[in-house]
Design a protein around this ligand. Structure first.
Ligand SMILES: Nc1ncnc2c1ncn2[C@@H]1O[C@H](COP(=O)(O)OS(=O)(=O)O)[C@@H](OP(=O)(O)O)[C@H]1O
Length: 253
């Protein structure tokens, strides 16, 4: 199982899980898109028979902790929660909303920022989402990861996932997972780059699902005033959560 909020690196983690668990995905002999390898829990897009998927069943979701299946509360099933610097999440979503036809295009960043901070966005408040999952962590068998640590040391992140899920890979297999999960290689992999999305869902001239894949892109688009407004709304609230790395000022671009 895997649980995430919107734009934190879902597709990235889906791909890592597919590469870890499916040899045919890893060695390129099978051509199954990651959406079918690790399907969406709350929205069965491709009408898969979810109950009868082979074990271990892998899903992704963007749901808050209180909406996921009750069985997970008894630590039946494992949860990987991936968090990302909320400024990067918001900026990524800003571009994503132009690209996805079903999402309302938000005209400017200030408008999005106020909605983002008050939770009036898809999947609701970033802060409540992260805080909810973190404060209820004892109820779940859960591993917290950040986009930033995955970016800094992908190999260690993949190893953490393998250890958590009890999957042993050889050094060679691990190298292959890490290599294929880099941003550049995922962009080239038609099973992972989401270019399979039809024109009825996305406006391809307006962007890409895998856009930049960097840490700190917010610095290029948010003004100092916007960043301060963001800090004021979130930093105090987050001081008891162990996600300070998300705010590290040494983030690379
Ligand atoms: N391999 C790899 N390395 C680094 N970054 C990656 C990778 N794969 C996806 N991404 C980036 O993740 C962002 C998309 O997030 P999600 O997949 O969570 O989007 S969604 O919620 O499912 O719509 C989006 O971020 P931005 O580029 O900042 O927009 C993707 O580019």
């Amino acid at each position: 199982f895997q649980f995430l909020q919107s734009r934190p690196g879902t597709v990235w983690t889906q791909n890592i899980l597919s590469l870890i668990f499916y040899e045919g995905h890893r060695n390129g002999t099978e051509d199954i898109v990651i959406m079918d390898r690790v399907p969406w829990l709350e929205y069965n897009v491709n009408n898969l028979d979810l109950a009868n998927l082979s074990s271990p069943r892998l899903f992704f979701t963007h749901l808050p902790y209180y909406l996921v299946p009750r069985g997970l509360r008894n630590r039946r099933g494992k949860v990987i929660y991936v968090a990302r610097n909320p400024k990067d999440v918001m900026v990524s979503y800003f571009y994503f909303s132009k690209f996805m036809i079903a999402l309302e295009t938000i005209p400017d960043l200030n408008t999005l920022m106020e909605r983002f901070l008050s939770g009036k966005v898809v999947y609701s408040s970033w802060l409540d989402h992260v805080r909810g999952w973190y404060t209820h962590r004892e109820d779940f068998n859960i591993l917290f990861l950040t986009f930033e640590e995955m970016k800094k040391d992908l190999r260690s992140a993949v190893l953490k996932i393998c250890n958590f899920l009890g999957k042993r890979l050889s050094e060679k297999e691990l190298d292959s997972v890490v290599e294929q999960a880099t941003f550049e290689n995922m962009k080239r992999d038609p099973r992972a780059n989401y270019e399979f999305l039809p024109d009825t869902l996305v406006e391809k001239s307006k962007g890409q699902f895998l856009r930049k894949g960097t840490v700190g892109d917010w610095k290029k688009i948010m003004t100092v005033a916007q960043s301060e407004r963001f800090d004021m709304a979130l930093k105090e609230e987050m001081k008891d959560l162990p996600f300070n790395c998300l705010w590290d000022s040494n983030e690379e671009l």
